[in-house]
Write a protein that binds this ligand. Structure first.
Ligand code: GLU
Length: 383
């Protein structure tokens, strides 16, 4: 075991394993042999004391095979119908496979709106932690039959990142159809080299990943890297590994240099701030002056009206909003104490003037630091 892998695995207990459609499906729909192999390994881990949560794709691919549909499915109702057909089968296969090891499974289907609502988010957290305490394997997928664009996670890599934060996972393993992250697209370049360790997801690392997907998955490597950013931001290490390789999880958990390991960022983001930054969808933008930028990022201060240069969009009190600098670079996301029209009236002013201008003053800050998640320093600019 090499140093970094060893350190990464030394205190791991809660593990989120994400399995992509391209791993789970073959020519004949769900690949039962692969699922059995992976479940045998996961059951082994569970018996060793690891708490396992699974985010799985494969419902649509399985439904498509059931219905004998070849090629991509374009219409949303068809995709949703196929997910309804395939999800039941997917769960039955997992449940039978874990049943051979006397382990129970639980199905959880989620849409984005389940997680953007703080109350429902906390309910899901409690359910998941109860399942983990009971040693039941939670098997999570997007609720594809009801999810439309506005309430979709987009892909299961993103869903896995949200769940990693909810369960406070110690490690996320993303099982995919490739060996890991390459420096170039390996399907088009013979010179592509596997990157074994990523210390930080910089713009150069992002540039290595393309949006090309397998014929059955939705994310591609790009979505795996974007998910990696969110996962490592909560202080969780992340490994992209080849899901079809025999004994892949044993290799990962014994510290073999398989796939790509992404190290967590130094100072992890608190779970609620992570929720603000990565689960909520911003409803507008606030443009900050240089003084406010410095105060937020370097001194951990709240955003005051005096630091606001402009406002973009039409948001309400309590809405999530992105704070950007004058060049448009995103710095933070926060929940606002004033609506967009109110901020337009008080921007550039001292907090002591708020009451005079608006006729009332509920808060001194436009965004209080407790409701502000700094994301700016996560993206390292190219030198
Ligand atoms: N939720 C989809 C399914 O189970 C897959 C989404 C994805 O591949 O990211 O079929």
């Amino acid at each position: 075991m090499t140093g970094k892998r060893k350190d990464t695995l030394s205190n791991v207990k809660k593990v989120l394993i994400k399995i992509g459609s391209a791993v789970l499906t073959g020519e004949d729909g769900l690949d039962l042999a692969i699922i059995d192999q992976l479940v045998d390994e996961m059951a082994g881990l569970s018996q060793k004391g690891y708490q396992i949560v699974i985010v799985t794709s494969g419902a649509i691919a399985s439904g498509r095979h059931r219905m004998g549909i070849q090629g991509p499915v374009k219409s949303m109702p068809q995709k949703q119908a196929l997910a309804a057909i395939g999800q039941g089968r997917l769960m039955r296969v997992y449940s039978n496979a874990f049943g051979r090891h006397q382990l129970f499974t639980a199905q959880i289907l989620l849409t984005m709106s389940d997680l953007t609502d703080r109350k429902r988010y906390l309910n899901i957290r409690n359910t998941l932690s109860t399942l983990m305490e009971w040693g039941v394997i939670a098997i999570i997928n997007e609720n594809d039959t009801v999810a439309v664009d506005e309430i979709k996670f987009g892909d299961n890599d993103n869903l896995a990142a949200m769940i990693a934060n909810i369960v406070e996972a110690d490690l996320v393993v993303n099982l995919t159809a490739t060996e890991g992250l390459y420096d170039k697209n390996p399907t088009t370049s013979k010179k592509a080299k596997l990157i074994k360790l990523v210390e930080e997801i910089t713009e150069d690392i992002e540039a290595c990943a393309t949006e090309d997907t397998s014929s059955v998955g939705t994310g591609g490597m790009r979505s795996k890297i974007l998910a990696g950013k969110k996962i490592t931001a909560c202080g969780i290490p992340y490994i992209i590994a080849p899901g079809k390789k025999k004994s892949v999880l044993t290799a990962v958990f014994t510290g073999k240099e398989i796939g790509t390991l992404f190290l967590p960022v130094g100072k992890p983001m608190h779970s609620r701030k992570h929720w603000i930054a990565f689960t909520l969808k911003p409803k507008g933008k606030i443009i900050l002056d240089d003084g406010a930028k410095k105060a937020l990022i370097e001194q951990g201060k709240s955003l005051l009206p005096s630091g606001v240069l402009n406002v973009d969009g039409n948001f309400d009190v309590g809405d999530p909003v992105t704070c950007v600098d004058a060049k448009g670079t995103a710095l933070a996301t926060g929940l606002v104490n004033y609506s967009a029209p109110e901020i337009r009236r008080i921007m550039g002013l001292k907090s002591s003037k708020i009451e005079q201008v608006l006729g009332y003053k509920d808060y001194d800050e436009v965004i209080h630091r407790d409701n502000l998640a700094i994301t700016g320093q996560l993206v390292k600019q190219k030198p």
